[in-house]
Write a protein that binds this ligand. Structure first.
Ligand SMILES: *Cc1c(COP(=O)(O)O)cnc(C)c1O
Length: 386
């Protein structure tokens, strides 16, 4: 049985061209980039080449890019780094209720350490309430951190507008762009951001590599102290194969981005329409239009998302109930509760996230199988009596 993989928001397979680009940097070109001899110049150049690719892709200067171990580290670095660097200026941080745990739990950690955090509510589509944002800003606010697009429901935030408000009040602005980078256009000037987190494995790069964009002139206290790597902003011998693979993945993503975004948006919309029409008591979660091209999140009333996933798995279909991190807990997702879903709907949500290899035929197969699965589960469910 061939797997129908519809969990690209959790991770993607590393592209074979990315692996090819990485391979020479394990055994052949192994020099420590900080050393003086010529085999080190090769790795040093490879890193700087990748840095330039990443910088150009978001309209930044290469000096503004720091490589990290992934999206989680980039989020931690931006938020803790600012909190530490600006602690004499203030201790107030503004974020949203629907952030990824890498942001949410970093903020919770800071709350336990003397910081004050405002968690902005979102509307029923998952858009941050902008009016509340401006009201939340205080003289001691040092950072606003709001994600570009949500990993569970796909809603894309008005980041440019939020950035304008942040700038007007002289507050630094970070966005977690892990779900958008490599999928839709991301430009740091157009988005008015000071810090931006990205991760390789969400767009066919390797796992364990990411980057943080740090706007020129912004001071961040490092998370990792030690050597002088990354212009003293992140110690540790560089993950050269990872960085090279990351750069290659960015190149490949840019080549197909526009076409893929269009293709996936069409597939997405057709699938959503089909499911909502053929299966009763279902709703689409997230904004109908301002959403990631590859994100489909649907709630099926009266049944558990986990049971749906197990049944789909019997047909080789891989999907998710929301975020991979919360799939082992029985609590409904914080994102679905924040957009106002009742527990009956929040528990019955499934996320299908498409990728560059997802075909119309695969989605047709899922749309064919799903109604029977839902019918069967509902017939057994004490929560569904229609
Ligand atoms: C996946 C993800 C992260 C974490 O990235 P890692 O590279 O896995 O650490 C952070 N934020 C969002 C929105 C994500 O989707």
């Amino acid at each position: 049985m061939k797997t129908i993989y519809l969990d690209h928001a959790a991770t993607t397979a590393t592209d074979l061209q990315v692996i090819d680009a990485m391979l020479p940097y394990f055994h052949e070109n192994y020099g420590n980039p900080s050393s003086i001899y010529s085999i080190s110049r090769i790795t040093r150049n490879a890193i700087e080449n990748a840095r330039t690719i990443v910088a150009n892709s978001i309209g930044a200067d290469p000096k503004e890019i720091v490589f990290t171990s992934g999206g989680s580290e980039s989020d931690n670095f931006a938020i803790k780094g600012i909190a530490q660097a600006l602690k004499d200026k203030g201790n107030h941080i503004i974020t949203s209720q629907i952030e990824h745990h890498a942001v949410l739990y970093t903020c919770k950690y800071l709350e336990k350490n003397g910081y004050d955090v405002t968690y902005l509510p979102v509307d029923n589509d998952g858009i941050v309430k902008i009016g509340e944002l401006e009201k939340a800003i205080r003289p001691n606010t040092i950072l606003i951190t709001i994600m570009h697009a949500n990993n569970e429901i796909g809603t894309i935030q008005p980041i440019r507008q939020i950035g304008e408000i942040a700038r007007k009040h002289g507050v630094k602005f970070h966005t977690d762009a892990v779900q958008t980078f490599g999928h839709i256009q991301v430009n740091v000037d157009e988005l008015n951001v000071d810090f931006l987190s990205v991760s390789g494995h969400k767009f066919y790069g390797p796992k364990g590599i990411g980057a943080l964009y740090i706007r020129k002139g912004s001071k961040l206290t490092p998370l990792i102290h030690g050597g002088d790597q990354e212009r003293r902003r992140r110690a540790s011998t560089e993950n050269v194969p990872g960085i090279v693979g990351f750069g290659k993945a960015v190149e490949l993503a840019l080549d197909i981005m526009e076409n893929e975004a269009k293709r996936q948006t069409t597939l997405r919309n057709e699938f959503i329409k089909k499911i909502l029409v053929t299966i009763p008591d279902t709703i689409l979660n997230g904004h109908p239009a301002d959403r990631l091209p590859n994100n489909i999140n649907i709630s099926f009333e009266g049944i558990e998302g986990e049971s749906i996933l197990l049944n789909l798995d019997m047909y080789g279909i891989a999907a998710s109930t929301g975020s991979a991190c919360s799939s082992s807990s029985l609590e409904p997702s914080h994102v679905l509760l924040s957009i106002g879903l009742t527990h009956e709907f929040a528990h019955g949500s499934v996320r299908f996230s498409l990728g560059k290899h997802t075909s119309q035929d695969e989605l047709n197969q899922v749309a064919e199988i799903l109604p029977d699965i839902i019918k069967k589960l509902r017939a057994m469910s004490p929560l569904y009596n229609k």
